[in-house]
Write a protein that binds this ligand. Structure first.
Ligand code: FAD
Length: 351
C-alpha cells in the first residue's frame, strides 16, 4: 500500500500516540473514520483531547440498534467498548453526529457457545472473557495466546471482539486470530442475517463489509479434530500494538501428515491477511522445521509491510518469517496435548 508523504507522516505520528498507523489512501472516504477522516488530522488535529459534540443513544436490543442505525444513517456509529472509537474521536480522526451505545446488548451478544463442529462467539464478548474462557482455550489456544498480549486490563475489561474486528485496524490481534481460524462473520440488518467469510470481511484499513444499518452479531469458528493453533507477537512495549504478529492453525490427518495449515499476519499490510500459499505448500507433508521455514519464507514474501517508527519494512518481513516458523511449530506441538490449567489468569503470567 502506497502512502503519500503527508499520510506517511501521519502514520508516524499515530504510532507515537498508540493510535492506528495505516490510513486510507488520499481522497478515499473511510466508513471507519467518518466525516473528518485524515483531512482534519493533516491540519494538526492530533492535539485535540475532546471529541466534537455528538448525540448519545442507547440500544436495548439488537433490533433497536439496527432501527437507530437505519434511521440515523451514516451520521451514526455504534460504540461497544469504545477503546478504539473514542480515542479516534478525541483526536478528531473520526467524527459522528450520533453514538449508539450497545453495551446493554452484552446479555444478548456476550457469549462463547460450543456446538458440534463450531464455536460461536458473540460480538459483545469482551477481551477478558475471551482470555478466561477455558472451552475456547481448549479448542483454540490461539485466543488465549493473543489475549495475553493485547493492551492492558483496563482495555481488556471493556474492549470487545466485535469492536476489534469492526475497527479493521491492520494491527488488530483478534482480526489476525479470526483470519487464521477462517472465521465466518454474522452480520444482521433490517432484512435479516448474512454470513461473510473473514477473508471478505475487511475491505481496506478501517473498512469492513458491515453496512451503515447493520451490526456484527457473532463470529463462527469451524472446529476440526486433530488440530491446534498458536499466536505470537513482537511489540515495542508490553501490551503495545504489534510490530508484527502471526497466528497459525494446523490440522493433521490420521497418518500425522499436515491436512491444513493456515497462517494469519497482522501489521504487515493494509489489513490482517492470510497467506494461502502456505496451506498449499504444507498439505500432505510431515511436519518438520524445514517445512516451517519454507512457510516462513512464503509469509515474508507474501506480506506488504511499511517502514515506520516500529521498524523497517525489511525488519518486519524478517519478523513475519520468524514468527510464522514459531507459531507453526507450537501449533503442531500442541496437537493432542491437554491445555495448561489456569492459563487464563493473566496476573500469574506476570504481564
Ligand atoms: C491503549 C490501548 C492499547 C491497545 N492495544 C491493543 C493491542 O495490543 N492489540 C489489539 O488488537 N488491540 C489493542 N487495542 C484496541 C482494543 O483491542 C479495542 O478494544 C478494540 O480495538 C476495539 O474494541 P471496542 O469494543 O473498544 O470497540 P469500539 O471502540 O467501541 O468500536 C470500534 C469500531 O467498531 C464498531 N463496532 C463495535 N462493535 C460493533 C458491532 N457489533 N457491529 C458493528 N460495528 C461495531 C464501532 O462503531 C467502531 O467503529 C488497544 C486499545 C487501547 C486504547
Amino acid at each position: 500500500m502506497e502512502h503519500s508523504v503527508e499520510l506517511a507522516e501521519l502514520a508516524v505520528d499515530a504510532a507515537a500516540l498508540q493510535m492506528p498507523r495505516h490510513v486510507p489512501e488520499q481522497g478515499r472516504r473511510s466508513k471507519g473514520l467518518g466525516r473528518v477522516g485524515h483531512r482534519a488530522v493533516l491540519k494538526g488535529a492530533f492535539s485535540m483531547q475532546v471529541p466534537a459534540p455528538f448525540e448519545y443513544r442507547r440500544a436495548g436490543t439488537v433490533g433497536e440498534a439496527i432501527g437507530l442505525l437505519d434511521r440515523l444513517g451514516d451520521t451514526a456509529r455504534l460504540v461497544a467498548g469504545g477503546h478504539s472509537l473514542l480515542p479516534m474521536m478525541k483526536l478528531r480522526l473520526a467524527n459522528f453526529e450520533y453514538l449508539i451505545d450497545i453495551n446493554d446488548l452484552h446479555g444478548e451478544l456476550g457469549f462463547v457457545a460450543v456446538e458440534p463442529g463450531w464455536i460461536r462467539i458473540g460480538a459483545m464478548t469482551r477481551h477478558r472473557e475471551l482470555l478466561e474462557s477455558d472451552p475456547l482455550a481448549a479448542a483454540f489456544p490461539i485466543f488465549r495466546d493473543a489475549e495475553r498480549v493485547i493492551a492492558d486490563p483496563v482495555v481488556r475489561n471493556r474492549g470487545t471482539l466485535g469492536g476489534s474486528l469492526c475497527q479493521a485496524d491492520p494491527s488488530e490481534d483478534l482480526s489476525a486470530v479470526c483470519t487464521t481460524l477462517d472465521a465466518r462473520c454474522v452480520i444482521r440488518g433490517a432484512d435479516g442475517e448474512r454470513v461473510v467469510p473473514m477473508a471478505d470481511f475487511h475491505q481496506g484499513p478501517y473498512e469492513t463489509a458491515v453496512g451503515d444499518a447493520e451490526i456484527l452479531t457473532e463470529i463462527r469458528l469451524p472446529v476440526h479434530p486433530n488440530g491446534s493453533s498458536a499466536y505470537e507477537k513482537v511489540e515495542l512495549r508490553a501490551g503495545d500494538w504489534a510490530v508484527v504478529s502471526a497466528g497459525a492453525a494446523v490440522r493433521l490427518d490420521d497418518e500425522g501428515l499436515i491436512a491444513d495449515a493456515r497462517v494469519g499476519l497482522a501489521a504487515v499490510g493494509p489489513n490482517t491477511a492470510g497467506i494461502p500459499g502456505i496451506a498449499d505448500a504444507l498439505r500432505g507433508r510431515p511436519p518438520s522445521q524445514e517445512l516451517y521455514e519454507q512457510a516462513g519464507d512464503l509469509a515474508a514474501a507474501g506480506c506488504d509491510p511499511v517502514t515506520d517508527r516500529r521498524g523497517s519494512a525489511e525488519y518486519k518481513r524478517y519478523l513475519a518469517r520468524e514468527l510464522t516458523v514459531r507459531v507453526l511449530r507450537t501449533a503442531v506441538a500442541r496437537i493432542g496435548a491437554p491445555p495448561a490449567a489456569g492459563d487464563g489468569d493473566i496476573n500469574r503470567q506476570g504481564v
